[in-house]
Design a protein around this ligand. Structure first.
Ligand SMILES: Nc1ncnc2c1ncn2[C@@H]1O[C@H](COP(=O)(O)OP(=O)(O)OP(=O)(O)O)[C@@H](O)[C@H]1O
Ligand SMILES: [Mg+2]
Length: 236
């Protein structure tokens, strides 16, 4: 049986870290830091829920790990790569190859269809169009929106856009998925479906997952729960 399939919290604990943040600080303008001296270690294949009050810095933390933002101090290491010191070109490559990101506001490309949006990471990595289409369509089908494959984001509901964003984050089987309230716009049944797919794909592929959620039920399904407060990160 492949290692990913037999993943349990005990086997995860023995693995090398996938993400290590050391003494990370980030402040906007001259205000007090949103994130101060933060340490975080996620092991490979671990599926972690991140909770915390609105405005406490959860999206900021995800953006830092994604290389979309740069810390004012501290180091960020993802699978042996120092994300905080990458050149712009290397940062783009890191995001394309290593990461899947479900943004809080989706950020789909408006001129592409749902299917084309979901295919983007594979097309950027040079995968042939046929295979990219096949894989993206399979994910859209699993998320219950294959019938909307040819619609553009402007023609999709918030929940449909969120599911396209989820398909796009998973389609290239990245090593790390960062998901910012990935089921926040879905009804309970669809949220369960989407969350099940996300957790299952990550477990099967040994993907590390850091998922922001305000839902205790969602957090309960993760391998580990973290809570971000103004005092820092705590195990939940
Ligand atoms: N680009 C920015 N410039 C200035 N302040 C910002 C910027 N982005 C975020 N902030 C501020 O930093 C703080 C943390 O924001 P962040 O978006 O990380 O919170 P969050 O925990 O994700 O909240 P929510 O649960 O509402 O999504 C907030 O006070 C926010 O107003
Ligand atoms: Mg946020």
């Amino acid at each position: 049986m492949p290692e990913e399939i037999s993943a349990t919290p005990a086997s995860i604990a023995a693995r090398a870290p996938a993400v290590t943040l050391t003494q990370v600080t980030r402040h906007y303008a001259a205000e007090r830091p949103v994130i101060k001296d933060l340490d975080l270690l996620l092991r490979r294949g671990e599926r972690v829920a991140l909770q915390g009050e609105s405005g406490v810095g959860k999206s900021t933390l995800l953006n830092l790990i994604a290389g979309l933002d740069v810390p004012d101090a501290g180091t960020i290491d993802v699978a042996g790569v120092r994300v905080d010191t990458l050149s712009d070109a290397a940062r783009v490559r890191y995001r394309r190859e290593t990461l899947g990101f479900v943004f809080q506001a989706f950020h789909l490309l408006p001129h592409l269809t749902a299917l084309q949006n979901a295919m983007v990471p594979l097309m950027l990595s040079g995968t042939g169009e046929r295979l990219a289409r096949e894989r993206a369509l399979a994910l859209l089908a699993q998320l219950g929106i294959a019938q909307r494959a040819d619609a553009r984001p402007g023609e999709l509901s918030g929940g449909e856009q969120q599911r396209v964003a989820l398909a796009r984050a998973l389609v290239h089987r990245p090593a790390l998925v960062l998901a910012d309230e990935p089921t926040g716009n879905l009804d309970p049944a669809t949220a369960r479906l989407a969350l099940g797919l996300l957790l299952d794909q990550c477990a099967r592929q040994g993907t590390t997952l850091l998922m922001v959620t305000h839902s205790p039920e969602t957090a309960a399904l993760a391998d580990r729960r973290l809570v971000l407060t103004q005092r820092g990160l705590a195990e939940g």
